[in-house]
Write a protein that binds this ligand. Structure first.
Ligand code: DAH
Length: 338
């Protein structure tokens, strides 16, 4: 029987090597190792052996099984590697080459999305004013999105931001303000940071409401920071983005994480346009971030980016922005080719 086992193992390994694809390997596996395969068939006879012989034959049976399984695994891996190598050869493309003469490119070049374009412009202005750009996660926890921003569990301000809650108790960030909290966790004052990114609210969709949109958060903490510094920074920013010297006004407003809080309007084509919320960072927020409010003060602001993009390009429906519709997007290529 030991000879039978050895012969079987050799036969199986030969079949494994000869198998050219996954299906063939499956067939080899079931014909040798399957329930009514050749190996179990031999092993079933062990019971009839002299008790002294059972041990060595059983061990040899196990060894044969392991050798065949190892052979199968190695062959499977080799087949996958070969398929990958073939694919790399046959599908290889030099994406930097121009399309060969006569090949249709659909007449369209790639383009920068108008939101990305504005984000880049804003980042340039902030960098020139000494701000650094920070990122934060889209999936936030209650503490960063609300609690540490002085919006405790039962606070009515939570209702202003219809929240997508996740089943694990986390949420999709409803604003970029949580990045203030993250900035304080790994920076000591002076802090000059901005975060430009995507936010999510469970809104009824219409021409001015989307459930996925973008904000620009600014955060400035140092000694003796005042409302005057805030107005200067915001006015400079808006002048750069809108061109000319921006005319702005502050209206008192309320946000739990600033005190006093304001909204800023900018004069645009003869009308006041409401653009952003801002204010002096609330002492609770500084404290929650480990910064002594008696020693430091700061300002913060949050500005809707999509709104500004709509104004910039005369877009009448916010839903176009995230639609991915090429008829819309191709207007921002700087013209179709050809
Ligand atoms: N996070 C606010 C919102 O989404 C906007 C905002 C208002 C941000 C005032 C600020 C601020 O930093 O100071 O409605």
């Amino acid at each position: 029987m030991l000879d039978d086992l050895r012969a079987l193992q050799e036969e199986a390994l030969g079949a494994v090597q000869a198998a050219a694809d996954d299906a063939a390997l499956d067939a080899v596996q079931s014909s040798f190792l399957g329930k009514s395969g050749k190996l179990p068939l031999i092993l079933r006879a062990i019971g009839k052996l002299d008790p002294k012989e059972r041990g060595p034959v059983g061990r040899a049976g196990n060894e044969a099984k392991q050798a065949i399984e190892a052979g199968l695994a190695t062959r499977r891996a080799a087949l996958i590697a070969a398929a990958d190598a073939d694919l790399a050869d046959s599908e290889w493309v030099d994406a930097t080459l121009p399309a060969p003469e006569g090949v249709q490119t659909g007449g369209r070049g790639g383009s920068i999305h108008p939101i990305t374009a504005l984000v880049r412009d804003l980042e340039d202005v902030f960098l020139s004013m000494g701000f650094e750009t920070l990122d934060g996660p889209w999936v936030e926890d209650d503490h960063h999105n609300f609690g540490a921003l002085n919006i405790p569990k039962d606070h009515p301000a939570r209702d202003m931001q219809d929240t997508y809650w996740l089943t694990d108790g986390n949420l999709l960030r409803t604003h970029t303000s949580p990045v203030q909290i993250r900035a304080m966790a790994d920076h000591k004052p002076p802090i000059r940071a901005v975060c430009l990114g995507r936010i999510f609210r469970n809104e009824e969709l219409d021409t001015t409401h989307e459930n996925t949109f973008h904000q620009c958060e600014g955060f400035f903490v140092d000694r003796d920071v005042s409302v005057g510094h805030m107005v200067y920074v915001l006015k400079t920013l808006l002048s750069e983005i809108l061109g000319g010297e921006a005319e702005v006004r502050l209206r008192p407003s309320y946000f739990p994480f600033v005190e006093p809080g304001f909204e800023m309007d900018v004069m645009f084509r003869g009308d006041w346009m409401e653009l952003l919320g801002c204010g002096m960072v609330h002492p609770y927020v500084l404290e929650a971030g480990g910064i002594d409010p008696n020693e430091f003060s700061g300002f913060a602001f949050g500005m809707g980016i999509d709104r500004l993009v709509m104004v910039r390009h005369g877009i009448e429906d916010i839903r176009h922005l995230m639609s991915g519709d090429l008829r819309f997007l191709s207007q921002f290529t700087g013209g179709l080719e050809g």
